[in-house]
Design a protein around this ligand. Structure first.
Ligand code: SF4
Length: 479
């Protein structure tokens, strides 16, 4: 174990609001900076690292030493450039007004504050984090993780005056990161459990979260007890606690107003706020539908719910899923289509916790419509999948292609099969069908507004149309 605290024990600047001297610049203008592989000194977390996490915990004041930064494991200067390393970031905070409910919102700030550092990129949250340090930042003197700890401590204390004491520990030792991982998962699970007991009908107001507007200006997360923020880090309780300590911050209450549709989850109050926040671009949002005016998606969603027209069902994919999903597309290719703060019927950024909600896509059929989920996610949320549907939902283990999925759904008598129209396949004259022409049969009716992405080649965009056809034949053009 390497404890760097002694080397940096001066703690200058951390307890006050005066900006301390850091080797690189720090400010909101660096948010959104991308560090490409050739410019990267090294990275933490991401796809190449199995276990990584960041966690904020509240503590009694007498348990913390204000400004203490500790690194457990090798530091930046002791690592091989170009490598991918495990990381765990533990931020402990204390103060008379620092309530446990604040942990979620303070934790989400690790993402924003780390991105304020010139030459550091931070993506995602909780167990999904990915941090890159640029070669330029390292050369300028950002050669120790202690600097990142010091910068975070200063930003937390400057932004949240209620924090009286802060202590940050950064773990890079693989065994330690892995040992503490279950504790972090357990903490999140307890945090999310609390929100699970409350229903949208039982509260008078919902909350917004505008933290991601720097990435997607027209996006505002609408956070309700039944629909956690897309990143999975901000629950209704978290947003309420954040508003209570910072009424001018990114979370503020939305009076529900009249419920215009309880199944789709359309509320007068939400529509008013999203219209204002998107400058009229977004008119209405359905909390529980991915087809009809779906919730917008920034870029921080943990997973994507995507429509699979060939079986008229819904697939789910999470950020860490490697390779192609059952429709032949990867998470990244669908993420590009889902994000940006626009409404994309058929593609919905979601938190994994939303899969546990009793209102999960209820207007579209909920779990009765889900046909494919990565095995890791199916295992993680298995307690929330209705028992009668569990074995009918395929994973990448059973189905890698749409053809395999169709057979699987038929053999398991998945409820979506009853939605398939029995199609009379007419005899097509021989000369019209060439041997090599592959055929794709789409369902006879698509939900309105669906845009089907394709990998490379053509892109078919169908907006505000309803197409009815007995059969659609797509042929490869002869070169
Ligand atoms: S994804 Fe939503 S809830 Fe999470 S930080 Fe961004 S705006 Fe807030």
């Amino acid at each position: 174990m390497v404890d760097k605290y002694d080397e940096f024990s001066e703690k200058s600047g951390i307890t006050g609001l005066e900006r301390p001297e850091f080797p690189v610049d720090v400010g909101e203008m660096y948010e959104g900076e991308r560090i490409r592989k050739p410019d990267m000194y090294l990275e933490f977390g991401g796809m190449n690292v199995n276990k990584k996490w960041e966690l904020v915990l509240t503590r009694p004041k007498d348990q913390l030493e204000d400004g203490k930064i500790t690194i457990i494991g090798p530091d930046l200067s002791e690592m091989t450039p170009g490598g991918s390393y495990p990381i765990g970031i533990l931020v402990e905070v204390a103060g008379d007004k620092v309530e446990k409910d604040l942990e979620g919102v303070l934790e989400r700030k690790v993402h924003y504050f780390t991105n304020y550092i010139d030459g550091v990129m931070h993506l995602n949250q909780r167990y999904d984090i990915w941090i890159r340090i640029s070669k330029r930042a390292y050369q300028k003197g950002l050669n120790s993780l202690v600097w990142i700890g010091k910068i975070l401590a200063w930003l937390y204390k400057s932004s949240f005056p209620v924090i009286e004491k802060i202590q940050i520990t950064i773990y890079t030792e693989k065994a330690k990161v892995e040992e503490l991982f279950p504790t972090a998962m357990d903490t999140w699970s307890k945090r999310d459990d609390r929100a699970r007991t409350l229903k949208d009908e039982e509260v008078n107001e919902f909350y917004t979260c505008a933290m991601c507007q720097s990435f997607a200006p027209s996006h505002t997360c609408v956070i309700t007890p039944n629909r956690i923020g897309l990143c999975g880090s901000v629950s209704w309780f978290d947003a309420r606690a954040a508003y209570n300590i910072d009424p001018n911050g990114p979370n503020f209450p939305i009076p529900k107003g009249e419920c215009l549709d309880p199944i789709k989850g359309i509320y007068e109050g939400i529509n008013k706020v999203v219209q204002e926040k998107s400058l009229g671009t977004i008119k209405s949002i359905s909390l529980y539908s991915m087809f009809d005016n779906p919730h917008t998606s920034c870029g921080c969603f943990e997973g994507i719910a995507f429509y699979i027209p060939e079986v008229d069902g819904i697939g789910i994919v999470h950020r860490d899923f490697k390779g192609q999903t059952v429709n032949g597309l990867t998470f990244s290719s669908m993420a590009g289509h889902t994000s940006g703060g626009t409404q994309n019927p058929g593609f919905n950024g979601i938190a994994i916790e939303y899969l546990r909600s009793s209102k999960f896509l209820q207007a579209d059929g909920g779990w009765e419509r889900v046909v494919w989920v990565p095995s890791e996610i199916k295992e993680r949320v298995k307690d929330s999948i209705p028992k009668h549907i569990f074995d009918k939902v395929a994973t990448e283990v059973e189905c890698k292609t749409i053809g395999e999925l169709k057979e699987f759904l038929k053999s398991r008598e998945h409820p979506v099969v009853s939605r398939w129209k029995v199609e009379e396949v007419k005899e097509v004259p021989k000369e019209e069908v060439k041997e090599e022409a592959p055929e794709v049969v789409l369902p006879t009716q698509l939900p309105t507004g669906i845009e089907i992405p394709t990998q490379g080649g053509i892109r078919i965009i169908l907006k505000n149309v309803k197409i009815t056809a007995e059969k659609v034949i797509i042929k490869r053009e002869k070169s």
